[in-house]
Every structure is written in structure tokens, then in C-alpha cells.
Design a protein around this ligand. Structure first.
Ligand SMILES: NC(=O)c1ccc[n+]([C@@H]2O[C@H](COP(=O)([O-])OP(=O)(O)OC[C@H]3O[C@@H](n4cnc5c(N)ncnc54)[C@H](O)[C@@H]3O)[C@@H](O)[C@H]2O)c1
Length: 271
């Protein structure tokens, strides 16, 4: 019988529990959640209680020790630390808070030295398959245009610094235009997709990002435009929010489930 993949989940807010439940529902013959942790311990306990696998509620270090695969769904403030500690312990790791990995050199060599894998799901955008496939022929330009209802940007450092009054925005307004590197600092909670796109393509300094506040929007919409030796591609993704967290697109959690399916499954479809 194939070995059961032991999973530890860091962060038991929205994505963590969706993933944990998917493990029980879809992959129970191949994987199980053995440990969970959260800075708010009550959330970890609550999730543990709901799971048939009765995972331990442990601090990060113990969680890593118990797991074959560590899944981070907590915060960009800790995602690099989770990668580093997991890989040092010889464990594979999946990261959702991708913004925290930008500007961190040597992720690839860290993982390959220890023969570990770092998984980064596509999150709330489409088009990474084409971008990755097109890369060998050279990529000239990658642009992410994100449209959100104005209040979805509330509290972002850039909005506060520029004193932008989101409530006064009555029509489509470009509130930010710059590199993905700048965008991840300006909108750290909103812009994991820019980080994912950067890592898959031409890097955070060259990837362009535009953020548009649009009061007509009910959903977060991400448009990806890529140009290079292969030709051009454009994708548009209209996201519905996750049950439980309006700031997290449901597709982000679903894409992590698909990544997990790729890990435990035998057939890999797509780039
Ligand atoms: N890759 C993507 O496309 C994408 C999309 C949406 C969200 N995200 C990111 O994924 C992460 C999880 O998203 P979510 O919607 O589940 O968020 P959430 O706020 O619903 O849950 C996060 C949980 O992590 C916990 N947490 C925070 N800091 C922690 C720490 N230092 N140690 C342990 N636990 C900690 C919180 O208490 C909370 O329970 C966030 O960082 C979010 O920005 C990524």
C-alpha cells in the first residue's frame, strides 16, 4: 500500500480549513492532516475537533517534525520562515502567502540541496500555464491588472500613505501603477497574485501591476497580459470570495486543493 502523506497545516483561518476538509473528502486514501497550528490557538483547536484524523495542535517546530508536507495558509510575515524551517528539516512545503517569498534569494537552491519541493499554487489567477510554457522563447512583458471594489483596498499601506478616500471613488480609478515589487509592499494583503505571477515569469521588478478601484465591481477581477516570443496571451478571472473571508478569493483555496491533487495523484495535466 502507498505511504499516506502526512500533512501539517499552519494557519486555520479560511484556506487552512478548506484544505483540511478537502484532504478528508477527496484524498483520505492518500493523505491525512496530522497537525495544525495557529497563532490563535482556539482556531487550531476548533479545526482539529472537526477533523476525523484528530490532528495534534502544536507549535510550528513540532508540526514540521510530524509532517511530510507543511502547508502554510497564515501570513506573509511567516511564510519564508515556514519554508526555511520546513526545508531545513527535510520536509516539502506549500505556501499560500506568496508575497512573503519575494526578494528571498535561493529558494530553489535551498530546496534542491535538501531534495525537498516547494509548491506554490496558482492562487486566484489563470494564465500561469501559458506563461511558464512560453518562457523558453523569451517574455517581453507581463502585466497584472486587478480590479476591486474600492473598500476591498481599505487599510492597505499605500491607501493610508496617499490618504486615498476610498468612499469618494464613484467611477473606475487607477489607484496604483508600478512594479510587482512595489505593489507587494503597497498592498501586502491583497496582492499574492502579483507575487505568484512574478515568480512564474520575469521577476517582481519587471512585472507590471495596475490596481483599479471600481465601485461597479462586486467581485475581484484579475487580468493577466503576457507578451513574448510565443505571441500574446490574456486571461481574465472573476473571483467570488471564499466562504468566511471576503478578502480571499475562493479560487485561491481551490487551486491549493488542485496542487495537492497533483502531489498525491499519478497523472499531471497541464504545464
Ligand atoms: N496565493 C493566493 O492567491 C492567496 C489568495 C488569498 C489569500 N492568500 C494568503 O493566504 C493566507 C491565508 O489566507 P486566509 O484567507 O486563510 O486568511 P485568514 O485570515 O482567514 O486566516 C489566516 C490564519 O492564520 C493565522 N495566523 C496569522 N499569523 C500566524 C502565525 N504567525 N502563525 C500561525 N498562524 C497565524 C490567523 O490567526 C488566521 O487564523 C494569507 O496570508 C493570505 O494573504 C493567498
Amino acid at each position: 500500500m502507498a505511504k499516506i502523506l502526512k500533512i501539517g497545516i499552519v494557519g486555520c483561518g479560511t484556506i487552512g480549513p478548506i484544505l483540511a476538509k478537502a484532504v478528508e473528502k477527496k484524498f483520505s486514501s492518500k493523505a491525512k492532516v496530522v497537525a495544525v497550528c495557529d497563532i490563535e490557538k482556539a482556531k487550531a483547536r476548533q479545526l482539529a475537533k472537526k477533523l476525523k484524523s484528530s490532528p495534534s495542535v502544536t507549535p510550528l517546530k513540532k508540526l514540521i517534525g510530524k509532517s511530510d508536507l507543511v502547508i502554510e495558509a497564515a501570513s506573509a510575515a511567516i511564510s519564508f520562515d515556514v519554508v526555511k524551517k520546513s526545508i531545513q528539516a527535510g520536509k516539502d512545503v506549500m505556501i499560500m502567502s506568496v508575497g512573503g517569498l519575494l526578494g528571498r534569494p535561493a529558494l530553489n537552491s535551498m530546496a534542491s540541496k535538501k531534495n525537498c519541493r516547494l509548491y506554490i499554487p496558482s492562487g486566484a489567477i489563470c494564465g500561469l500555464d501559458g506563461l511558464k510554457g512560453a518562457s523558453p522563447a523569451g517574455i517581453k512583458q507581463v502585466t497584472l491588472t486587478t480590479r476591486k471594489p474600492p473598500m476591498a483596498l481599505d487599510g492597505a499601506p499605500y491607501i493610508l500613505k496617499k490618504r486615498i478616500n476610498l468612499k469618494s471613488i464613484k467611477k473606475e480609478t487607477v489607484v496604483f501603477s508600478g512594479s510587482a515589487k512595489e505593489a507587494t509592499k503597497a498592498f501586502p494583503k491583497n496582492i499574492n497574485v502579483a507575487a505568484i505571477l512574478s515568480l512564474a515569469g520575469i521577476g517582481a521588478a519587471k512585472t507590471r501591476v495596475r490596481i483599479i478601484a471600481d465601485p461597479r465591481m462586486k467581485r475581484n477581477v484579475h487580468q493577466v497580459d503576457v507578451e513574448g516570443g510565443f505571441g500574446r496571451l490574456s486571461t481574465r478571472t472573476e473571483n467570488v470570495p471564499s466562504p468566511g473571508n471576503p478578502k480571499t478569493s475562493y479560487l485561491a483555496a481551490l487551486s491549493a486543493i488542485a496542487t495537492l491533487e497533483g502531489i498525491v495523484g499519478s497523472v499531471k495535466i497541464g504545464t
